[in-house]
Write a protein that binds this ligand. Structure first.
Ligand code: NOJ
Length: 487
């Protein structure tokens, strides 16, 4: 748990804190009986430092086949400096020096993330073959697919050349791209190999990739017909609440994915990003991995929630697939005031306490009740991050009975989305409208209008209101969205 579980010491077991393989089998069976599918996160760029392969590599010494599974290199400057200038996603150098078995300071190993997450060398056949088995292990158990973590990191330019990073720079998401350790061609061989394994299974198995790359064009390369089925859309996830920017990202995403036959995807929040109900209430509404490099500004909670609700209707009306991050359906804000001692994200320590990291979006869900842990754990058992007492009003139970709640907005939107044929089949056509308003049709019967301007927008004669993100009486207030039945 050095990085929220993205440090795996046994790929074919369940961490005892969460249960057993029998529990996993029971979960799969129950989910399938309820018509739900389950995918597992495949973290293959790196293992945990506690993985037996890493222990064997440390023990075996320089030049050994055990070390070749990872990137062990001699340091520069007589050994005392890192082998190159790469930096870790969480701050600081991407290399850590080890003592050799005889106790003397020795080689360095690469970790693009925390030191507890040594990178695997995917040119190594032993690594490739081991992961074939790991994929089959989970597919044989009946998982419906895999989410491929940090896909662009898995291949590195040979020779590991310097990236030209400035010392002390933070590995901010946009700056990863174009580095010799990111989005390098060899990644696609790995993805093709895995797709072939998945395709050999009966039923529908889906591969989702996490690929932060420069723009939809690069992204489309990850979802070519023999690679992944689909990918998170980081350009949309990090887009500011700004009409021209959003429209450009939507158009470019649809245009780039169409030629490779992959669905466009839309995502507003994730476990790596400041929750959008908070982001959209700040002066700086764009996202950035873990909130790094975002200038601090006060949050207007009411504004953020209004925009988050409008963004939900925008997102769920777009063609393709939408990813919802647990808790956005409750309108949860980022927890901005976690006490320093509660913080777990490695970013906090590695940035020298400059960047608080991603804990604020990972606070456990409030299910029910008047005080923490809100049914998330048994009473008296403290969850791994503290929940704010004021979440009593945001619990799923409290929202279920309130027709105006964010939970009911999401439920209504998902029900309508499922039952509206145009939302599955028809392309998006922009409609001419007032400035700073996004309006589009999905076929002749459905229109979505999102008001990002500061003026009220007249909806007269445009259609019958099916769903609105806020109060809307023939006129659409700022920061509000509406679905209309037209034609
Ligand atoms: C991407 C994951 O989403 C993030 O949470 C994690 O820290 C890194 N990959 C490293 O595995």
């Amino acid at each position: 748990m050095a990085d929220g579980g993205y440090d795996v010491s046994d790929y074919c077991a369940i961490d005892p804190r969460f249960g057993t393989l029998d529990d996993a089998d029971a979960l799969l069976a129950e989910a399938h009986a309820a018509g739900l599918r389950v995918i597992v996160d495949l973290v293959a760029n790196h293992t945990s430092r506690e993985h037996p392969w890493f222990a064997a590599a440390l023990a075996a010494g320089p030049g050994s086949p055990e070390r070749n599974r990872y990137f062990f290199r001699d340091g520069r400057g007589g050994g005392s400096l890192p082998p190159n200038d790469w930096i870790s996603a969480f701050g600081g150098p991407a290399w850590t020096r080890i003592p050799e078995p005889d106790g003397r300071p020795g080689q360095w190993y690469l970790h693009l993330f925390a030191p507890a997450q040594p990178d695997l060398d995917w040119d190594e056949p032993a690594v490739q073959e081991a992961f074939d088995g790991i994929l089959r292990f989970w597919l044989d158990r009946g998982v419906d697919g895999l989410r491929v973590d940090a896909a662009p990191a898995m291949a590195k330019e040979s020779g590991l050349p310097d990236a030209g990073h400035l010392p002390g720079a933070l590995f901010e998401s946009r700056s990863w791209v174009g580095n010799p350790h990111w989005d390098v061609e060899g990644v696609h061989d790995i993805l093709r190999r895995w797709r072939a394994i998945g395709d050999a299974y009966d039923g529908e198995r889906v591969f989702v990739t996490e690929a932060v790359v420069r723009g939809p064009e690069r992204l489309s390369r990850y979802v070519r017909p023999d690679e992944m089925h689909t990918s998170f859309n980081f350009d949309y996830l990090t887009a500011p609440w700004e009409p021209r920017h959003l429209r450009r990202v939507i158009d470019e995403s649809i245009a780039a994915l169409e030629p490779v036959g992959a669905p466009p995807t839309w995502v507003l929040s994730s476990h790596d990003e400041t929750r959008h109900a908070t982001r959209f209430g700040r002066a700086h509404t764009a996202g950035a991995f873990g909130g790094a490099a975002v200038p601090p500004s006060p949050t207007d909670r009411g504004l953020g929630l209004r925009r988050a609700r409008a963004a939900a209707l925008l997102t769920l009306a777009l063609p393709g697939s939408a990813y919802l991050y647990q808790g956005e359906e409750l309108g949860l804000p980022e927890v901005e005031d976690l006490p320093d001692e509660a913080l777990q994200d490695p970013t906090w320590e590695r940035s020298g306490h400059r960047v608080r990291g991603r804990d604020g979006c990972r606070v456990p869900l409030p299910w029910e009740g008047a005080e923490p842990p809100f049914g998330f754990t048994a009473d008296g058992v403290r969850p791994w991050l503290p929940q704010p007492p004021e979440w009593a009003g945001l619990t799923a139970a409290a929202q279920r009975t309130d027709p105006g709640s964010t939970l009911n907005l999401y439920r209504d939107a998902l029900r309508i989305r499922r039952g509206t044929a145009a939302l599955h089949a028809e392309p998006l056509t922009w409609v001419d409208t007032a400035e700073d308003v996004l309006a589009f049709d999905r076929g002749p019967g459905f229109r979505c209008v999102v008001n990002l301007s500061t003026e009220t927008v007249d909806l007269d004669g445009q259609g019958r209101m099916v769903l609105a993100s806020g109060s809307c009486d023939g006129a659409l207030p700022p920061d509000t969205a509406v679905w209309l039945a037209t034609g």
